[in-house]
Design a protein around this ligand. Structure first.
Ligand SMILES: Nc1nc2c(ncn2[C@@H]2O[C@H](COP(=O)(O)OP(=O)(O)O)[C@@H](O)[C@H]2O)c(=O)[nH]1
Ligand SMILES: [Mg+2]
Length: 303
């Protein structure tokens, strides 16, 4: 499928409302990592998908929050949204079914002021209980977004309404090709492995440690039919290095095993991960590393 000029459908929303989960389900493959923590997604991830009868390029973005950015990483993450909106052909504002906040109001106002068609996906509605609360929530949302072209209650985990959402998006897409897209970096197998390792670290670690992490792919080789990937885990502080390694290396082993299992299942071939932890104070102020962390990523199938 050629998606070079397919229209871009951009998912936006507050952190932790289910954007990446929706992205993966819609694309049909996990390209964007998911965690119960905010700020897991750092740069835009793109993948070809179907919207009704149309081929589209679906775009996952980092969660948006109007907070003062503390580091270069955060400032750049906040820019990603504007950059993606500037080249969007349609936008889905993903909001949580349980809670509409002033952040959704701000995003809706921004979309209403633009010229790109947009609508709302009220996500994770399986958590709305009792179910009778859903209708008032939808009505309240509709009242706050009069310019939205669609409003779809959605539960990806319960398998509810994903088709309805993709059809609703297809109905508002402009005819013809999409806008020209900015250059994107490939999400190759080593980088995907890095993202999966980061996901497992986000799951396993507590408090502020995961937010200060970055995973850098450093080596890739084939050895007796095995794919050997070397990844450096950067941490901001020496105390975090000890936590990531764990007692006798237990944490690093646990994370490495979980990541390796997922990659073996995905690629159907033996994988070995070499993980090491490096203290890199202020990596989140380093221009090159930050540019890499927020770069737009487009999947590339492993060889
Ligand atoms: N109950 C429920 N949880 C969901 C659903 N979609 C996502 N989640 C969970 O919500 C959390 C945040 O999801 P994620 O996709 O990473 O959100 P993002 O930060 O907006 O990209 C994760 O723990 C997901 O498993 C859903 O349809 N139902
Ligand atoms: Mg995400």
């Amino acid at each position: 499928m050629s998606t070079g000029s397919a229209p871009r459908v951009v998912l936006v929303g507050r952190p932790n409302v289910g954007k990446s989960t929706l992205f993966n389900a819609w694309v049909g493959e996990k390209w964007s990592i998911v965690s119960p923590r905010a700020q897991t997604t750092r740069g835009a991830t793109l993948a070809p998908a179907r919207s009704g009868e149309r081929d589209v390029l679906l775009v996952d973005t980092p969660g948006w929050a109007p907070v003062r950015a503390k580091s270069l990483l955060h400032r750049r993450m906040q820019h990603v949204l504007g950059e993606e909106l500037a080249v969007a052909d349609a936008v889905v504002l993903v909001a949580d079914g349980l809670r509409w906040t002033e952040v959704e109001d701000e995003l809706a106002a921004r979309l209403a002021g633009g010229s790109v068609p947009w609508g709302v996906a009220l996500a994770r509605v399986d958590r709305v209980r009792p179910r009778a609360r859903l209708l008032p929530a939808l009505e309240a949302c509709a009242a706050r977004t009069p310019l939205a072209r669609f409003l779809v209650p959605l539960s990806v985990l319960a398998g509810e309404n994903l088709d309805r959402l993709t059809e609703a998006v297809a109905a508002v897409l402009p005819e013809g090709a999409g806008r020209s897209s900015p250059a994107s970096a490939p999400l190759d197998d080593t980088r995907l492995a890095g993202e999966i390792v980061r996901e497992k670290l986000f799951e396993a670690l507590h408090e502020e440690v995961p937010y200060g992490l970055h995973v850098v792919p450093e080596a890739r080789r084939e050895e007796d039919g095995k794919l050997v990937l070397g990844l450096a885990i950067l941490v901001g502080r020496a105390s975090h290095k000890a936590i990531v390694i764990g007692h006798g290396g237990s944490m690093l082993r646990k994370v490495g095993t979980a990541a390796r299992r997922e990659l073996v299942r995905r690629w159907g071939r033996p994988v070995h991960l070499d993980l090491w932890v490096r203290v890199a104070p202020a990596w989140d102020e380093d221009t090159r590393l930050v540019a890499d962390a927020v770069a737009e990523r487009r999947p590339e199938d492993p060889a």
